[in-house]
Design a protein around this ligand. Structure first.
Ligand SMILES: C[S@@+](CC[C@H](N)C(=O)[O-])C[C@H]1O[C@@H](n2cnc3c(N)ncnc32)[C@H](O)[C@@H]1O
Length: 449
């Protein structure tokens, strides 16, 4: 176990207290285990592979500390807002009109056993670790709302120091209802702090000026940002609750980091930060406790630029990891369901094969969790599948995939052709993620003459 404390704890500071507050943050440096390597258009250089990590961010940050303390250039986090709610995820919506299989389960929970005290202690510990990970030129954007912004501002002052406060950004998003008892709440707060005053990266974004004096000119974007929330029809919408718009992350990443910098989001949800960082040529790390979040983020990255097979993948290589501290179930659940597959061979080219999915069924107990049993076709149980053409018994290499998305809701049941360079016997591994949230694996041996 290691310990961390805010660096400015000199006994003279003003601080927020809550029942059970402790400033000593214990963390473990448990190793990360790679469970999948997604082969995109190549590595991002500098001996680095982008990372999507499944696990509690305290464990994840502990695991990253030895390698990355003082090296992360930008952090954006959008943690649960202390709402006391459970956020649902409804799957089976993207089945191209044919889908009637439905499953509703929790995507993530924002319930706190000891109420606000446990929320604040949890945030405090994580923010101390983020402070350690940030580089001297780095900065952090902490997204919150009226419920916790006052408490989090004081905690940030305590950990980062009030001198390193930069802005309280108001994100005006427009959507949502209103009350008869108070003004409609239409904004979130984003607190921006740097690690070392005046050393941080800042390249202000310009927006059209509105005053008559500056008509037709641009001005520095002020600290109120009017960026539309994601509407029901938006292309980027994933159905992951509380997803933030890419335009918001674009502004943050463009203004506060350089190409090649490491951008981290330790509460990544649907993966908005990684998708935008990837597009803007930053390196990235994302993590989340929700297996759904990791799956949605993986799909989003794989489908960047509407690509649908590995030859056109527009994402660079990235790895999916998990903390190997024993608190998580296995990545692949062999018992979750049964996959049936067949190998197709190209009659004109004996070294060319394709894999056909011929059936899938979740086990009976899991199948009973579906809110609608009325499936038109067995493939409606599946949200995604992927193939490693030459699995050598170690990490799964994701070389081809098909998945349901808003833009392309049909799942291909036959892969594209794959040509082997040499004759031999190859183990092909196939992984499938079903609409109930489990991933299964199957291996078949293909003999190439
Ligand atoms: C508000 S959502 C983030 C949404 C995200 N910004 C997006 O655009 O999709 C908060 C996320 O934090 C995750 N989360 C909550 N506690 C966590 C923890 N201790 N470690 C890692 N992730 C956590 C939840 O599972 C959830 O996906």
């Amino acid at each position: 176990m290691r310990r961390a404390k805010p660096s400015n704890s000199d006994g003279k500071r003003i601080e927020l207290v809550w029942p059970g507050k402790t400033c000593d943050v214990e963390y473990a440096e448990a190793p990360l285990q790679t469970v999948e390597i997604v082969e995109g258009h190549g590595a991002s250089g500098k001996g680095w592979r982008n990372k999507l990590i499944w696990g509690d961010n305290k464990d994840v940050m502990g695991a990253l500390m030895a390698q990355l303390a003082g090296r992360v250039n930008l952090i954006y986090i959008d943690p649960p807002f202390g709402t006391g709610a459970e956020f649902p995820l409804a799957t089976g919506r993207h089945n191209g009109g044919e889908g009637r299989g439905r499953f509703s389960g929790p995507a993530y929970s924002d319930k706190w056993r000891e109420g606000m005290a446990s929320y604040l202690q949890s945030m405090y510990e994580r923010l101390v670790l983020m402070h350690r990970l940030l580089s001297d030129t780095g900065s952090i954007y902490l997204h919150c709302d009226w419920r916790t912004n006052s408490a989090l501002r004081l905690i940030m002052d305590e950990i980062f120091g009030p001198r390193n406060f930069l802005n309280e950004i108001i994100w005006i998003y427009g959507l949502g209802g209103s009350s008869r008892r108070y003004w409609p709440r239409k904004h979130d707060t984003i607190l921006w702090y740097c690690k070392r005053r005046n050393k941080h990266v800042f390249k202000p974004v310009l927006v059209p000026a509105t005053s008559l004096r500056m008509k037709g000119m641009d001005k520095k974007c002020p600290d109120c940002w009017e960026i539309a929330a994601i509407n029901n029809m938006a292309h980027e919408r994933t159905e992951y609750a509380t997803q933030k718009p890419e335009a918001l992350l674009e502004r943050i990443i463009l203004s506060s980091s350089n190409e090649g910098d490491i951008v981290a989001d330790f509460f990544c949800g649907s993966g908005t930060t990684g998708v935008v960082a990837e597009r803007l040529r930053r390196r990235w790390i994302m993590c989340d406790t929700s297996r759904w979040a990791i799956h949605v983020a993986r799909k989003r990255l794989l489908e960047m630029g509407e690509a649908s097979d590995c030859k056109q993948r527009q994402v660079g290589d990235f790895e999916i990891q998990r903390v190997s501290n024993g608190n998580l179930p296995p990545w692949v659940d062999e018992e979750a369901g049964t996959v049936q597959v067949a190998v197709r061979r190209d009659p004109d080219c004996p070294r060319r094969v394709a894999i056909e999915l011929t059936g899938y069924r979740p086990n009976a107990q899991r199948q009973a969790q579906l809110t609608s049993q009325d499936l038109g076709h067995w493939s409606e149980y599946l949200d995604y599948w992927a193939v490693d053409w030459n699995h050598r018994g170690d990490v799964f290499g994701n070389q081809w995939h098909s998945c349901r998305t808003r833009g392309n809701p049909k799942l291909a049941t036959i892969s594209t052709w794959h040509t082997y360079d040499k004759p031999g016997s190859y183990n092909v591994m196939l992984r499938a993620f079903d609409i109930l949230g489990s991933e299964t694996a199957t291996v078949i041996t293909v003999k190439i003459p």
